[in-house]
Design a protein around this ligand. Structure first.
Ligand SMILES: [Zn+2]
Length: 172
């Protein structure tokens, strides 16, 4: 995996430092993520460095592509959100909470790959359906919906469908 999302903080002066990272399809391929098909995200990261602690502010904009939970066709989900992370120093690595981690004193840099990945997955809506997320301009693929509802009927879901009565008459 590339070391693209690593911030080397040793050597940086105290104060504000800005970083920018595009996050595309490859990021999720490298993470073995099958839920996210594609991504066009941009991360603006600001590091506020102090002597004994650091604060990172993550600002995500853009969209990801996932499969619709209803018609199973790809759809675009806008992702615009921010997160904050405090980093303190101690004897060993520890995740104290979602917003606070402890890094060993000897560390020179922090790898944010896993953190960025978790933020995006947690920010993704639990249910993604055309028109329900990402505005009303996206609609479900009717052809796929028809195929899916036919499959459902064959599974016994359409037992009370009047069309079945017609079929039964033909059989007797
Ligand atoms: Zn759909």
């Amino acid at each position: 995996m590339t070391k693209k999302y690593v911030v080397k903080f040793v050597g940086l002066s105290n104060g504000e430092h800005r970083f920018e990272y595009p996050i595309g399809k490859k990021f999720f391929e490298d993470s073995d993520c099958e839920d996210i098909l594609d991504a066009d995200l941009f991360l603006k990261l600001v590091l506020y460095k102090e002597d004994r602690q650091m604060r990172f502010v993550f600002d995500f904009t853009g969209s990801i592509k996932v499969l619709c939970d209803r018609c199973l066709e790809p759809m675009s989900v806008p992702m615009n959100f921010s997160r904050e992370l405090y980093v303190k120093f101690g004897h060993e690595y520890e995740e104290q909470s979602e917003e606070m981690i402890v890094l060993p004193w000897k560390e020179h840099s922090i790898d944010l790959t896993g953190i960025i990945y978790d933020y995006i997955l947690l920010a993704k809506p639990v249910r993604c359906v055309h028109g329900e997320v990402g505005g009303g301009t996206q609609v479900c693929n009717q052809e796929m919906m028809d195929i899916l509802s036919q499959t459902e009927m064959m599974d016994g879901g359409g037992a009370n469908d009047p069309r079945w009565d017609e079929l039964r008459k033909l059989n007797y």
